[in-house]
Structures are given as structure tokens and as C-alpha cells.
Design a protein around this ligand. Sequence first.
Ligand SMILES: C[S@@+](CC[C@H](N)C(=O)[O-])C[C@H]1O[C@@H](n2cnc3c(N)ncnc32)[C@H](O)[C@@H]1O
Ligand SMILES: [Zn+2]
Length: 284
Amino acid sequence: MVTTTALACPMDGLPLTSFNNGWRCPHGHSYDMARQGYIHLLPVQNKRSKDPGDSKDMVLARQQFLAAGFYKPIADAVNEAVKTAAQSDQPVSVLDAGCGEGYYMRALQQSGLLLHMTGVDISKWAVLAAAKMDKAALWLVGSNANLPLLPSSQNVILCMFGFPVYPEFSRVLTPDGVLIKVDAGADHLLELREVIYPSIKVASQTPDIPPGFTLLEQRSLRYTIDITGQDQIARLLAMTPHLYRTNAEGRARAAALNELSVTVDVQINTWGRSDQILITPSPD
Ligand SMILES: C[S@@+](CC[C@H](N)C(=O)[O-])C[C@H]1O[C@@H](n2cnc3c(N)ncnc32)[C@H](O)[C@@H]1O
Ligand SMILES: [Zn+2]
């Protein structure tokens, strides 16, 4: 199911081929498959910190929160968006760029599509968790800023609450490939934000237009989740950037809650490469 022919050396971009228990490029750079089933393709010189990306605690919090099913409607909507984009019986190569602990890639396996799945995350903790739970996808520690994948190798890129790097996304997408981007809407987790911040910033409603892409399809999803228990509320806070943005008083107010009803409000937008959007010439 997993194709490895799309892997590129993060040092020089050359194709990686299978070699013993790992991969090697024609220049001799080699990378081992970790015992847990992932490949580390983030050269030390490309790391901005010793332990980049989400920490072990954040990954565990997200894993436990997502396992409770609170975001299943998002996964279902993403599956629908991928199915719409695929529109064929051919295998679909899907990259989850900033895959976290792999929740959406596992959910995508319920779509009925024939898939070649790759998950990339800069956090080794996230990739380790993903690889332990799912052997069907290829899991890579790597950066969206220098994706270890060959040009034109992916039909679909998912970027879920993540860190998009559009020139890299364009490079690895096939000419007719699509980017499915999921972002928080203006009211996402509003009730949690009302607890932790003294005042709420009103977020812009219009999605940023990714350079080099054109909007093909727009979906919005809005529902309420009822979270019970201090642990689960703490996990939700810990898996969002709000944990670091709020102060000690805000965190203490959240920690004192035993239950919380909170709005989930997300935008699921499908983008095509602008250079592939065909414009029919008008007759002279
Ligand atoms: C908010 S989390 C979302 C995780 C996952 N997409 C989800 O929705 O469950 C953002 C993820 O992006 C990862 N990340 C941050 N910078 C990255 C980069 N340059 N390349 C790849 N992943 C990155 C983090 O480690 C983290 O797992
Ligand atoms: Zn190389």
C-alpha cells in the first residue's frame, strides 16, 4: 500500500531508494527506518531547536482528546473533501503536512479510497505516536519547509490547523493536485477563549488566499461539543496554541472548570494550483 518511490533526500532533493533497513540517495546520504516504523528526514542543520514542533505532552493531550471523538465530524468532512478531489478509481497519494499524531490519516482509511498515505511532522513525538498506531501510512519526521518528497508526487495535501509552506506544497503536488486546508473559524473554541482571555479578538472571516492557489471548494462546519471533566478540558487547552498565549490566571480559570460546552467552527477549503486552472479562450 505504501509507496516509497516518492521519497526525496532532504539534503539534496535526489530520490531515495530502499537500502538494507533504510533509504539512500545517489550521493550516499542514508536514513534508517526507526524501530517504531518511521523515518527521520530532518537534517540537524534544518532544525531551529533541539526538539522542534509539538512537545510530548501536547501530542499526548491531542491524542487523548481526539480519541474521544470530539473532532470526528471534521474528519468526516475532510474525507468527503478528499473523495470529491479524488474522483477516480486510481490510487490517491495523500500527504498530511503537519500530521500530528495521525488522527486524520487514520480516519481517511475509512473513506473507501485506495490510498498511498504519507504523514510528515517536525515533532518526533507526533510521528512516533502516529507510527505506533498506524502501519498503513509512511510516517516521516520532516519539515513542511523542505518536504522530503519528490516534485509532482502527491495528489492531495492536507494541512490541518498547521503551518503551510505554499511553494513546497506546489512543488510536491501533481499539476492537478489539490490542497485541502482546515483552519479555525472566527468562533472556534469561543467559550474556552472567553474563559482564558480578558477580551476576545475578533478573527477575520475571509480565508487567506494561499499564493499560487485558487479556491475550488469551500465547506464550513459548526457544532457544539460538551466536554466533561477537568482532564479533558486541560487536554483541549494543551493541544491549542492558546496554552502559551494565555497567562497563569487564564490557565487557572480553565483548570477550575468541570464542564464546558464549546463551539467547534472550522473552514475546510480545497485549493487547486493556479497554474492549472484552465481558462477557456473567448472566441474573437
Ligand atoms: C496544531 S498541530 C495540528 C496537528 C494535526 N494536523 C491535527 O490537526 O491533529 C500543528 C502540528 O504542526 C507541526 N509542525 C510545526 N511546524 C512544522 C513544520 N515546519 N513542518 C511540519 N510540521 C510542523 C507540529 O509539531 C504539530 O504537530
Ligand atoms: Zn542526498
